[in-house]
Write a protein that binds this ligand. Structure first.
Ligand code: NOJ
Length: 535
């Protein structure tokens, strides 16, 4: 039977920013539950929730201090259980973000580990007498000195996110218990944070430099795939559970090692999703490259925004037509789509002129290191805005009086000044809105199995247009994405119907079809391999 996740479209919810249910200005489970009907109507099949466990939130929950609870900001365990139940009643699956690589420095395990060199949990983390040159991914050394025991501990991210020692089997067993707990609570799988970091090279050799440090020995190390296979085997003992891995790499050669038979079900395809500026040829090359690199047990994922990056609408120039083209690609090309909350209404990035408003640890570190390197405050602010991931973490713009993030003193959410211009309330009844376009795409995807799991009959990039046919053997769907500002004409010698366009409702045609500038078109018909010709 076809696995549910192969037919699903996921939606990422950044916990504090989605919907506040209790009026304290912070998103929570009660809030999300109240919006399940909205998500159902949008056409979402699965939710990925960013970490919701108790945490000091140095890195917004990616620093977990208790793997068995719910952070009080987000509600109670009962609120979580109600949410899962209500989601499942609507046929919406839920995957939890799980951070296996590191814990908060406030976690009991670390407190015990640092209490003495002789403590049985000392070896649960990575302790050394001398640091090497490894750098933290947020900047600065990855080693922190602990004066009580006179050793350094390793942290690939903030110093409050301490790397576990996965060479110690006790760590693995402790984490299997955690997974079991949440699977039995009813989650449908996990998004595994920085999963290619679980092992570091035990030689602890210095990393080389090529202007910047190359992270040669601190990720993608020998043994990591074996651990991942064990995790996959453990989780897949439970029927129908799904694993998506965050493998922080844009290299297909690396990404492709982590998914497929016996491994993770899918990984995030950063090679496709994290293009810094829009480039049709590069995008096309990555789609084709992925298609060629993956074997028959591997399926790509499609995403263009997340809580770690600039929203694609802002990144690609702020144009709504372009954002609709990207949405059309994401929901019709081959792969499991992950929509980032707020993209369905075209929410924009937030940039600040006030450093005190930046709460993201990566932004703050960037600012401090820039000042330290002799930059002025203005220059350091530019760096902080570049590095800060707060840009895409602002509150969901439900309406012009939505309460999440709108209260004073909320520690990590800021409201963009133009937040009121783009809201769900304004778009929900507008058939030409971004939101309606997303809904139409999702509906189309549900109605046509070729769009869910069909193969490409062909995939081309001609003159700034990416177009492809997907087929399940019976139906054929032609998707034409004109990423240029020019109108184009194609000869399509077949009987076709317009299913959806981002720019019009009807298609008048003879043998020649006009594609409007920046138009996304989805057509159905008996379109053979050589029937689409450029004119
Ligand atoms: C990846 C997460 O998506 C990011 O937000 C976090 O800072 C790092 N992993 C560290 O956990």
């Amino acid at each position: 039977m076809m696995k549910w996740w192969k037919q699903s479209t996921f939606y990422e919810i950044y916990m504090p920013s989605f919907k506040d249910g209790n009026g304290d200005g912070i998103g929570d489970f009660a809030g999300i539950t109240s919006k399940l009907d909205y998500l159902k109507e949008l056409g979402i099949d699965g939710l990925w929730l960013t970490p919701f466990y108790p945490s000091p939130k140095v890195d917004n929950g990616y620093d977990i201090s208790d793997y068995y609870g719910i952070d009080p900001d987000y509600g109670t365990m009962a609120d979580f259980e109600t949410f899962i139940q209500e989601a499942h009643q609507r046929g919406i699956r839920v995957i939890a973000d799980l951070v296996l690589n590191h814990t908060s420095s406030e976690h009991q395990w670390f407190q015990e580990s640092k209490s003495s060199k002789a403590h049985p949990k000392r070896d649960w983390y990575i302790w050394r007498d001398e640091p090497n040159n490894w750098e933290s991914f947020f900047g600065g050394s990855a080693w922190e000195f602990d004066s009580e025991t006179n050793q350094y501990y390793y942290h690939a991210f903030a110093k409050e996110q301490v790397d576990l020692n996965w060479a110690n089997p006790e760590v693995k067993h402790a984490m299997f218990d955690v997974m079991k707990f949440w699977l039995e609570k009813g989650v449908d799988g996990f998004r595994l944070d920085v999963i290619n970091f679980l092992k570091v090279n035990d030689s602890f050799q210095d990393n080389p430099y090529d202007e910047e440090q190359i992270h040669l020995y601190d990720k993608d190390q020998e043994g990591v795939l074996t651990v991942i296979e064990e995790i996959a085997e453990f989780v897949h003992q439970y029927p129908d559970k799904f694993l998506v891995g965050e493998v922080g790499s844009e290299e297909l050669d690396i990404l492709k090692q982590y998914s497929g038979l016996k491994k993770l079900d899918v990984v995030f395809n950063f090679n496709i999703g994290s293009m810094a500026t829009f480039d049709t040829e590069k995008l096309y090359q990555q789609l084709v490259g992925t298609e060629q690199a993956y074997d028959s047990t591997q399926i790509p994922t499609l995403f263009f925004s997340s809580h770690d990056m600039s929203r694609h609408i802002s990144r690609f120039g702020g144009d709504e037509d372009r954002a609709k083209l990207v949405a059309a690609l994401m929901l019709t090309a081959k792969g499991v789509p992950f929509i980032y909350f707020g993209d369905e209404i075209g929410m924009r990035d937030w940039i600040t002129d006030d450093i005190s408003k930046i709460k993201d640890v990566q932004g703050i570190m960037g600012y401090q290191l820039a000042l330290h390197a002799g930059k002025s405050q203005e220059e350091a602010l530019v760096v902080a805005n570049e590095k800060s991931r707060d840009k895409s973490r602002t509150a969901m713009q439900w309406n012009s009086h939505a309460n999440v993030g709108f209260s004073e003193g909320v520690p990590w959410i800021t409201v963009p000044e133009d937040a009121y211009k783009v809201t769900v309330e304004d778009q929900i009844h507008d058939s030409e809105s971004m939101l309606s376009f997303y809904k139409n795409l999702l509906k189309l995807r549900k109605e046509h199995s070729s769009l869910q799991f069909g193969e490409y009959e062909y995939l081309r990039n001609v003159d700034g247009m990416i177009y492809f046919v997907r087929t399940n053997g019976f139906e054929k769907i032609l998707v034409i994405l004109n990423f240029t500002d020019q109108q184009k004409t194609l000869e399509i010698d077949a009987d076709i119907n317009l299913l959806l366009s981002s720019r019009r409702t009807k298609l008048d045609r003879g043998a020649f079809v006009t594609i409007l500038a920046n138009e996304a078109m989805i057509l159905k018909g008996d379109i053979g391999n050589d029937l689409v010709k450029e004119r």
